[in-house]
Design a protein around this ligand. Structure first.
Ligand SMILES: NC(=O)c1ccc[n+]([C@@H]2O[C@H](COP(=O)([O-])OP(=O)(O)OC[C@H]3O[C@@H](n4cnc5c(N)ncnc54)[C@H](O)[C@@H]3O)[C@@H](O)[C@H]2O)c1
Length: 384
């Protein structure tokens, strides 16, 4: 196969990934089709694409086409299970955005469809392709901090209102929980860098800032309080009121996790912090490694049993690469082509997608049931 023909399900928002794959003249892939429920997005996609792509409001018409070899599912979370299963059953290779699905059972259904299809399949875990986290993984794997025993992750989601409370993300029906929606990346990083999956969680959480008594159909551009509201964004496509009644996903989450091998992890996620920062610390028997995303730094501190001096401590500067999501998006798109065209094993595996959803769902159940500990179910499809 000289050139992979890709169809997009969801062409706007995250669907903008198509730009990385559309190389009609001399590239390894070309985007030949797009399905989306919004006609105005399809129109813009066709015009920007410029090569007369097939467009349709019904994704099933896209899947029925023989000129589509592979599909990128970039629709909202609650569509992932339906779209991914249908694409695999139609015999397409699949790139599926995170989270894999909004339930663990949904993930297992996708895994069953994948195994039956014989096609290639990966998850959009682009953080696995970000330099700063790759450096942290390399340090851990080098043994510099010894055997890992603890992980502490703090996610300051400073743009929480922007990303999650002005549209479909804000309800349990659509997203289950932000521990799963936003947290699936962080949980996956914990799994990936430790090389272990979560076995048991307990969590607390509540809706402390967003949500409220505003009408569900209120939007920022029509709101009488638009001048006084701290969260207003009347010009954004995401402009449903962040204080509307239907909002029910927690904005303040704390989860503790026990991983294979007894590693203890804590994950703190807050959606009303002023700054944006993912701060990770991995602690081993010989030292610890920590990052600062805003400063683009990673520090290694090594433990000394006979002195307090820190001669062996290191600071690394890790500049982000060019491209969206710190340069990760162009690379994950290439990895998809490597997987489909060259048989490379993907860095972002389907099992990893399932295990992060399983931990997020278990956390959501725990925090809504008094913080009760919840065991993570094994995946019948993967025997894990
Ligand atoms: N990996 C990452 O860094 C990253 C970043 C952002 C979003 N995402 C994921 O991408 C997905 C999409 O998020 P988004 O913020 O782009 O959402 P969005 O609301 O902007 O929707 C994306 C597109 O899907 C379309 N769509 C909605 N329902 C559809 C349907 N039934 N059939 C076909 N198209 C449909 C929308 O019209 C839109 O064009 C989510 O699952 C999200 O978690 C991942």
């Amino acid at each position: 196969m000289d050139q992979l023909h890709i169809g997009m399900i969801g062409v706007s928002g995250r669907g903008g990934l198509w730009h990385n794959w559309h190389r009609p003249k001399d590239g390894r892939s070309v985007v030949v089709a797009g399905a989306d429920v919004r006609p105005e997005f399809l129109k813009r996609f066709a015009s920007d694409n410029g090569d007369d792509p097939f467009t349709t409001p019904d994704y099933r018409e896209l899947l029925a086409r023989d000129d589509v070899d592979a599909v990128a599912v970039c629709s909202p979370d609650f569509c992932h299970e339906e779209h991914a299963v249908a694409a695999l059953e139609a015999g397409k290779h699949v790139f599926l955005e995170k989270p894999m699905a909004i339930t663990t059972e949904g993930c297992d259904r996708i895994l069953r469809a994948w195994h039956a299809s014989g096609k290639r399949f990966m998850i959009g875990f682009n953080m696995r392709y970000m330099r700063i986290f790759r450096v942290m993984k390399e340090i851990v794997e080098s043994g510099a901090v010894g055997e890992l025993k603890a992980v502490w992750v703090r996610h300051f989601v400073g743009h929480g209102g922007d990303f999650y409370y002005h549209d479909w993300h804000a309800t349990r029906q659509n997203a289950t929980s932000l521990l799963l929606q936003k947290g699936s990346h962080d949980i996956d990083m914990i799994h990936w860098i430790t090389g272990r999956y979560t076995r048991r969680v307990a969590a607390f959480g509540s809706l402390d800032f967003f949500g409220g008594d505003k009408p569900n159909d209120l939007t920022c551009d029509t709101c009488p309080e638009v001048r006084a509201c701290t969260e207003t964004q009347p010009d954004s496509p995401r402009r449903q009121c962040a204080f509307r009644q239907e909002v029910d996903v927690e904005d303040n989450n704390i989860m503790i996790m026990e991983l294979d091998g007894g590693i203890k992890a804590s994950y703190l996620q807050c959606h009303f912090t002023p700054d944006y920062h993912r701060n990770y610390t991995f602690i081993g028997t010989e030292g610890r490694v920590e990052n600062s995303e805003p400063e683009e730094k990673v520090w290694v501190k090594t433990r000394r049993s006979n002195t307090y001096r820190e001669y062996a401590d290191c600071e690394y500067s890790v500049k982000a690469a060019r491209g969206s999501h710190s340069g990760a998006d162009p690379v994950i798109c290439e990895d998809f082509l490597d997987m489909v065209m060259d048989g490379k094993e993907p860095i972002a595996t389907p099992l990893a997608g399932r295990m992060s959803v399983a931990a997020g769902c278990a956390g959501a159940f725990s925090l809504r049931n008094g913080g009760v500990p919840v065991d993570i179910s094994t995946s019948p499809e993967q025997g894990y």
